[in-house]
Design a protein around this ligand. Structure first.
Ligand SMILES: [Fe+2]
Length: 393
């Protein structure tokens, strides 16, 4: 099967992987022959990509970082958690100081015991990552608009864990960073009317309020689980920048690698938060969440690289580039260049990733340089000393 942009989906295509609603319920099952009505539904639900089965891509089996069943459980439980926060913490006045005071005084914490569930969800994610020896994030953002909060939380959590794994973090720290990543934006959930507005659509007061959401997230986590100090600090710092230009506290980075250390200097960005900040930005870029302009993984990484040393910790950016698979199995690519100049300009599907060099996977050529369909031909680009690819999605 292979990945198809929903805008290029033809009636009659066979769905390769099931699609689920934001709450984890089945929307369309794998194997369905898609008709025009279903394409409308897929559009309406805001999916960017789907998997399609055809004889051309018969031998192509996409690699799942996290299985659909675990994704469903995590999405479903996160939906409950976010709804719980929304229902229990409604505010009448929206000044940041009023909200902080109300969160300090809140007496509803007892009924909102979601942290054990969040820990359980991260256990499931970690189990799959460690047992399957996953080291790379191989997904394109196959997400629905309505479920973007949970899907964003889940993918950010997986990317954070993979970056932390590349730094050699132990299981305790991997777990902590995974938990903080799942609930980093929980402070936004108390403002359902504001949270999905773009920066341009917000009033000045709303922007001021949203700049405090890391503090609100921290206070909500602290209120429900006072012992979660690492997670509280991570979410509180997730919008701080390396050079001190971030918010809400304008903290600076310590300036060194966030690999495991015995302590973290007070007044500097907590190293877990430097990882979460990059993972969060990566997912926002590939989904186009902030500006409705989704980037390819490669574009997102190069955009983040331009902020290395100013916005982001360069050591973290380096590990992001290591853990993101830019050309996932099943992705359509254009061969932009090869050392031998063979196949330049051809369209192909990625069949088997090459962990040693992402740009030289095994591909199946599907179209020639003028876009005409050709008999499928398997080519192992490892045979090239150099190759460059472009995602054609
Ligand atoms: Fe945030």
């Amino acid at each position: 099967m292979h990945i198809v942009n929903v805008n290029k989906l033809d009636p009659g295509s066979i769905l390769g992987k099931s699609l689920y609603t934001e709450k984890g319920d089945l929307l369309l099952a794998a194997g369905y022959k898609i008709n025009a009505e279903m394409i409308n539904l897929i559009h309406k639900k805001g999916f960017n990509f789907v998997f399609v089965m055809d004889e051309l891509s018969e031998g192509i089996v996409p690699e799942d970082v996290i299985s659909d069943s675990v994704k469903q459980i995590v999405n479903h439980q996160l939906a409950e958690t976010f709804k719980d926060v929304q229902n229990n913490l409604a505010f009448e006045k929206f000044e940041p100081e009023h909200v902080k005071q109300a969160l300090e005084d809140n007496r509803n914490w007892g009924s909102m015991n979601f942290m054990p569930n969040v820990r359980q969800q991260v256990n499931l994610l970690l189990e799959e990552i460690l047992e399957n020896h996953v080291t790379m994030f191989t997904s394109l953002p196959i997400k629905s608009e309505s479920g973007q909060d949970y899907e964003h939380a889940l993918d950010t959590s997986v990317v954070s864990i993979l970056i932390a794994l590349a730094f050699g973090y132990d299981q305790r720290e991997l777990k902590s960073i995974g938990i903080a990543s799942l609930v980093h934006d929980i402070g936004k959930m108390i403002f359902p009317q504001i949270k999905n507005k773009t920066q341009d659509d917000m009033t000045k007061d709303e922007r001021m309020l949203m700049r405090e959401h890391p503090t609100f997230s921290m206070m909500i986590i602290k209120g429900t689980d006072p012992d979660s100090f690492l997670e509280q600090t991570t979410v509180a710092h997730h919008h701080e920048h390396y050079d001190g230009s971030g918010y809400p506290q304008a903290l600076k980075s310590e300036g060194s690698s966030p690999a495991k250390k015995s302590h973290n200097p007070v007044g500097k960005i907590f190293r877990h938060a430097e990882i979460l900040a990059v993972a969060n930005t990566y997912d926002n870029l590939i989904t186009g969440y902030l500006d409705s302009n989704p980037r390819t993984p490669e574009q997102a990484i190069s955009e983040i690289i331009t902020g290395a040393g100013s916005l982001w910790n360069p050591y973290v950016v380096r590990n992001l580039a290591k853990v993101i698979q830019c050309y996932p199995v099943g992705a359509p690519v254009r061969i932009a260049n090869t050392r031998s100049k063979l196949y330049v300009g051809y369209q192909a599907l990625v069949m088997e990733a090459n962990p040693a060099d992402q740009s030289r996977p095994v591909v199946i050529l599907t179209h020639n340089t003028v876009g005409a369909r050709i008999p499928p031909k398997m080519v192992d680009l490892k045979g090239e000393q150099y190759a460059s690819l472009e995602l054609s999605i």
